[in-house]
Ligand binder design. Structure first.
Ligand code: MG
Ligand code: ZN
Length: 182
């Protein structure tokens, strides 16, 4: 079984400009590379799990979403993402895959034989935190993008850790792991 970090995409790895569909507007957060390098060296596999309702709303095509993902991978090389998945539906479609529903994560867990108890989810929204818990991982809320707003707006939200940025989140994971070692 492998250990993994699941990442939300917009507002977590890259700046959230809202319904991003232009690869030229892909800008990873400054500390993304350093954070992911630390985690990759520690043996974590990476997955991106994203809601892209802009497709279902008719704002952009699925191909545009793939182009944005390719650009992200290119910019963060040699960081490697095992797989990037997204839900293309609008909320009113009432699909079975939109976060916080666990479907996208559960499929990855099965396909890659991921141990959720050794894995983490990072994101900037309530739906990310709840998705992480729904698939049996620990959830980290990042205070980038929507993070601060959601922490205030949802007092019942219970992330396992709140981090100012990706680098602090990565250090939290490494600390947690050391504590668990016998
Ligand atoms: Mg986000
Ligand atoms: Zn969906």
């Amino acid at each position: 079984m492998i250990k993994a970090v699941f990442f939300d995409r917009d507002g977590t790895l890259i700046y959230d400009y809202g319904y991003l569909s232009d690869p030229a507007k892909v800008h990873p957060y400054t500390c993304a590379r350093a954070a992911l390098t630390l985690l990759q060296k520690a043996g974590y596999h990476f997955f991106i799990v994203s809601n892209q309702s802009g497709i279902g709303r008719g704002y952009f095509t699925e191909e545009k979403a793939h182009a944005v993902n390719r650009r992200l991978c290119q910019l963060l090389r040699p960081i490697h993402f095992d797989e990037i998945v997204f839900c293309p539906h609008a909320p009113e479609d009432k699909c079975s895959c939109r976060k916080p529903l666990p479907e996208m994560g559960l499929k990855l867990i099965k396909k890659y034989r991921i141990d959720p108890t050794r894995s983490f989810m990072m994101g900037d929204k309530k739906s990310d935190v709840n998705f992480g818990h729904a698939i049996g991982c620990r959830s980290i809320l990042l205070l980038t993008a929507n993070g601060k707003k959601h922490l205030k707006k949802y007092p019942d939200l219970q992330p396992d850790f709140v981090a100012a940025d990706l680098l602090r989140a990565a250090r939290f994971i490494l600390r947690t792991e050391n504590l668990c070692k016998k």
